[in-house]
Design a protein around this ligand. Structure first.
Ligand SMILES: [Zn+2]
Length: 270
């Protein structure tokens, strides 16, 4: 059964050095990035949220946002852009959200999970373990324990021999009937995964932060600012490059597969 999918932006950012991010119009001023999230209307599982951008507790300052990121990424933190506000705008309530699937647990992707304290959070096991352990300097800055201080129900997954289009995948989430799954795309963080969603006549592949600019998919040069940023925040370079190559191949090979990432505004349908 196909799902009805809404694409929403749950966090506008205006990073410095727009031109280095592929926006010649921005000159040396600020560019624009989004936090591309999905609200998936399913037949039996309520409204499933894919990635949560910034949450209302971050917008009003109760939950932290990493200091360096605040300066460089310059998030706008607009209350009307939180995933909770997007859910309400569609006519649903927070209680309708029983399942959240996240590409990874960075503070700009897991920011909104506290807005749905009853929801089960589905994530790759390696990502969950990394976020709980915070065992390196990089991981202490990217993972904010305040975001899961409410003690959400977690469902974690590892590759188990299942495949999708030839790639290792988790195609069945526990307690979810809808066609939604995880496609491990590690490297940006240890357990980073794309999220698969069956829509009307295509498969959506929400690639999270596996890449940052649409040129990654067509092989054109990626703006220098993103190349530097991807290398700076990655946990495993070879894995990250292999993930990007796998996504590019999906994009090239299959007509019925639509790949997009979290932060490229040109990939967010109007
Ligand atoms: Zn991100």
């Amino acid at each position: 059964m196909a799902n009805a999918v809404h694409h929403v932006n749950c966090g506008t950012m205006c990073p410095a050095g727009g031109r280095w991010l592929g926006d010649p119009q921005a000159g040396w001023g600020r560019g624009k990035m989004v936090a591309h999230c999905l609200l998936v209307e399913t037949e039996r599982d309520g409204l499933v949220v894919v990635d949560t951008g910034f949450g209302s507790r971050q917008v009003d300052g109760r939950d932290p946002i990493e200091r360096m990121f605040k300066v460089l990424g310059a998030p706008i933190l607009d209350p009307s852009e939180t995933v909770a506000a997007r859910v309400r705008a569609l006519g649903f309530s927070a209680k309708d959200v029983r399942h959240i699937v996240v590409t990874h647990l960075d503070f700009d992707h897991a920011g909104g999970i506290g807005d749905f304290p009853e929801a089960t959070i589905h994530v790759h096991a390696r990502e969950h373990a990394a976020a709980m352990a915070r065992s390196s300097w990089k991981e202490r800055s990217r993972y904010a324990p305040a975001l899961w201080a409410h003690g959400p129900k977690w469902q974690v997954y590892s590759e188990d021999g299942d495949t999708w289009r030839g790639l290792p995948a988790i195609t069945k989430l526990r307690g979810v009937e809808a066609d939604i799954g995880l496609l491990p795309m590690h490297g940006h963080s240890r357990g980073h995964s794309a999220v698969l969603v069956k829509a009307e006549d295509e498969w959506l592949v929400h690639a999270g932060d596996a890449y940052f600019h649409h040129h990654t998919l067509n092989g054109e040069p990626v703006p220098k600012g993103f190349v530097a940023f991807e290398a700076m925040v990655q946990m495993d370079g070879p894995q990250r490059r292999a993930s990007a190559a796998a996504l590019r191949e999906l994009h090239e090979r299959y007509e019925d597969v639509r790949v997009f990432c979290s932060h490229d505004p040109s990939e967010l349908p109007a």
